[in-house]
Write a protein that binds this ligand. Sequence first.
Ligand code: ADP
Length: 231
Amino acid sequence: MSFKDDKEKFLKMTTDEKRKYYHTSNITTLNEVPTWCEYWQKNKERIDKQVNPKESDKTCSDDLAKKISMWQGDITSLEIDAIVNAANSSLLGGGGVDGAIHRAAGPNLKKECATLNGCRVGEAKITGGYKLPAKYVIHTVGPRGEKPEKLKQCYFNSLNVAKENGIRTIAFPCISTGVYGYPQRPAAEVALTTVKNYLQTHFDEIDRVIFCLFLKSDKDIYEELLQNIFN
Ligand code: ADP
């Protein structure tokens, strides 16, 4: 089947129908991913002690904290509208999260990517999700090394592509922090501030942004920064 037919086939299916084709039975649905507010309420004693003992009376009343999640696991298991791929500029697949996404989606993802003429650093392009539990993949190319303006563009442009396509739930990996060598903490600061600014101006258009953390070290960094930025 051509990638176009395959893409349409999957996009037209109901979730129940599509579940038969997933690459794995180990999926995570949106309601299994707590919002930051829920997560923080449950873990605040541990997080506060670790991070900010003087502010244990903080709350997460801000509505934005209900539109954000941090979640540790494999991004290819998320059954949501879109997952973001930290791709390379050829868009033809690579290692790390890119390799995992292509393996899970099946070969037609690469065929569709091959029609997109690559992607520049900071840009974002959308494809179908094929056999992934996510309906769409938004491919963005992160900078090599610490280049905050470029990394900011990755998050901003991915969210814009999501909004333009009616995508309301989206998950990001920690773009550029693997093979591309962006230090984890400064990368997390860019990710969180860019997403926060975006949500403030497009509050009604996005329901949930999930920061998908693969490494324990990123989980620790995001717990600390989310508390400072979203509570
Ligand atoms: P980049 O080339 O942009 O640095 P990498 O794929 O090397 O991209 O790493 C980006 C981040 O994705 C790293 O934090 C890495 O641990 C994480 N990662 C790798 N595999 C997965 C996966 N299956 N799901 C979510 N995150 C992943």
